[in-house]
Design a protein around this ligand. Structure first.
Ligand code: HEC
Ligand code: HEC
Length: 211
């Protein structure tokens, strides 16, 4: 299938430098990559990219392509350990990773309500999110993840609208050391300082914000 496709594209695009075209991102997302282990992403991340929290499948719609690509490389090198994504990530070439993450980033993202830090926080989740607990060196999450957890640039992923089960699982992964792909252990330090009650509260809070 690949050489045949190559011929068609090759004929159309004389300047083609890579065997994976930008348009292939959608195809990889919906049908999988060239290697058999590269399963179709939409089976778990859903056709609209909004994931399925009950299964632990995160939303990826509208996230930064650079952030998403970093995660796939991190699954590959196991600085982020996950038995489901390891074989899938390992079966994707660099060009496929670039193409599929661009497609994911192009899917419509969630609207996040404007929440300023001037607001008086209600409840434990919102208190951790917009105030933190400086007596235990826990910075407010919005300091890096942006107002309402909307996400900032290519480095700080959105928390708003992400599944609550998934968010909590990532904080526990940092506590247990199975996710250690963040620079300078920023998130590791924060996650290890949170209690289980705080993890659930803050995960529920951000999950409830995006629509
Ligand atoms: C069988 C289900 C399944 C399929 C198919 C699947 N994923 Fe995933 N994906 C997951 C799970 C589960 C996680 C969360 C892993 C964790 O808890 O660390 C995940 C996480 C991710 C993340 C990290 C998101 C974030 O916010 O950090 C990226 C990026 C990703 N997958 C890309 C892909 C791509 C690209 C494909 C298709 C080539 C794909 N996935 C196919 C189950 C799947
Ligand atoms: C000093 C900056 C900083 C602060 C403050 C911060 N984070 Fe993060 N967070 C990051 C970075 C950077 C990443 C992405 C790491 C990577 O590359 O995988 C991240 C990722 C995450 C993720 C994973 C998201 C995903 O899609 O997989 C969760 C969950 C998270 N942070 C929760 C929190 C919570 C809850 C707080 C507040 C208690 C918080 N963060 C405060 C920097 C920060």
């Amino acid at each position: 299938m690949r050489p045949f496709k190559h011929l068609i594209y090759g004929g159309l695009l004389a300047a083609a430098i890579s065997p994976v075209m930008a348009d292939d991102g959608e195809k990889i997302y919906k049908q999988g990559g060239a290697q058999p282990g590269a399963l179709a992403c939409m089976t778990c991340h859903m056709p609209d990219g909004r994931g399925m929290d009950a299964g632990g499948f995160p939303k990826i719609a509208g996230d930064s392509a650079v952030y998403l690509a970093k995660q796939i490389h991190d699954f590959k090198n196991s600085s982020r350990e996950n038995p489901i994504m390891l074989p899938i990530a390992s079966a994707l070439t660099d060009a496929e990773i670039t193409a599929v993450t661009r497609y994911m980033a192009s899917l419509p993202k969630f609207e996040v309500p404007e929440i300023t830090r001037a607001k008086t926080p209600e409840g434990l989740g919102e208190t951790i999110a917009i105030r933190g607990d400086w007596s235990r060196s826990i910075p407010e999450c919005v300091a890096c993840h942006g107002p309402g957890g909307v996400g900032v640039g290519d480095t700080f992923p959105p928390l708003a609208g992400q599944g609550s089960k998934y968010l909590a699982s990532q904080l526990r992964a940092w506590q247990q050391g199975t996710r250690k792909n963040d620079q300078d252990d920023l998130m590791g330090h924060i996650a290890r300082s949170l209690t289980e009650e705080e993890i659930i509260a803050v995960a529920d809070y951000f999950a409830g914000l995006g629509k």
